[in-house]
Design a protein around this ligand. Sequence first.
Ligand SMILES: Cc1ncc(COP(=O)(O)O)c(C=O)c1O
Length: 444
Amino acid sequence: MKDIVPSPPPIVRNDVASVQALFQKNVVPSYGRFDIALSHGSGSYVFDVTGKRYLDFGGGIAVTSLGHAHPAITEALLEQSRKLVHISNLYYHEPQGRLAEAIVNLIAPGKVFFCNSGAEANEGLFKLARKFGHDEGRYEILTAINSFHGRTLAGIAATGQDKVKKGFEPMMPGFRHVPYNDLAAVRDAISPATIAIMIEGIQGEGGLTMASPEYLLGLRKLCDEKRMLLFMDGVQDGYFRTGRFQSFQRILEQRAVGILPTEKNQPCQQDAGSTFLPDGISMAKSLGGGFPIGAFWARAPYGDLLGPGTHASTFGGTPLGCAVALKIFEVVRQEKLADNTRTMGEFLRASLQSLAKKYPQVIQETRGVGLMIGIELAANIPNLPGDTTKTQAVRFVNLLHAAGLLTIPAGANVIRLLPALNLRQSEAEEGLRIIESVAAKLAG
Ligand SMILES: Cc1ncc(COP(=O)(O)O)c(C=O)c1O
């Protein structure tokens, strides 16, 4: 064994530079990383290798739904790993069946396919659409400009941002992009080959833009008229992040109670959120709280389109992954984390709006709902330090890091807050204090 796999060299100096050196030598440099090396976490806090503590408002990009080192996740991992970690999808096992049931119960009758990531969940939906349209020669999927759907070849073809495509042409055929929130543009773009449209309820990577209720309802009507499938990419905005399991439920409910402006400021039918349904929803990220698991739900009868032998994933829905995801559902329910997400989200949004008023030269506006919040920075922040070849968003995030807060850039000018769903009031206040301290310094 020793001859085949040499033991790794010990990390002698436990500092950022030595960890970075390991990456520089051995890890594919496809990510732009911040100069932070993390070693452990607890709840909404993480600690770097030097012992510095950060409040985590990035949540590993909307993943760590229960924060870090949650005892329920540790317990589920231990308990299930003593029984069965993996068996392949040649056999049945209870955790996968129960997890699929939990997801179906939260959406509507349909079926669930399990995989490992958001891109893979979207790939499954793309294949489902192609299967649906195959005999009529329909295969084309429309997606939105500024969308993000993953980094696989189909994922970058589906994503409505040139930066992810550059250098990887030719793109996989069968995707076209239309302006977001523009129903007429979708109608005009439909060709005889079009079979589906996929959108995010809230564009995450694209800068926190939210679909309007009219757009969602209009897309449903259009898809019904044209016998097309309507897919929602819920990878980032799903899993209670908005206060409901899926973002469309929250968006339509908000219209009903008049939180969001409507076209004519008319409240829509009270039940729009519960009667509207897409035909497919992709999920990943928070579903496993950090354990990699993805899934798509397809509405009945489309859930039966992919028959035996048509689609698969070796690690999809392992007993271990499903046991963890089931445990997270249990904690979310028991601790009423959907309600917490609403309360904390409303508190953060209102407080950030006040900061935007107080420091207009730094914060232009805030957007989002629940614990998916975007802070749009002012166009040219005076005195913003840092490497000017980097975006304002990256430079602002660096200042927050120095002050002890992790956040995520979205596009060139927006900062995303995607904290754990169990964020506490005191932690929300601490994060706001840090954001205000940075804004105040910049406002000078
Ligand atoms: C909306 C959306 N879809 C898909 C993906 C891809 O997910 P993954 O990185 O798990 O493949 C992401 C990741 O950020 C996302 O935000």
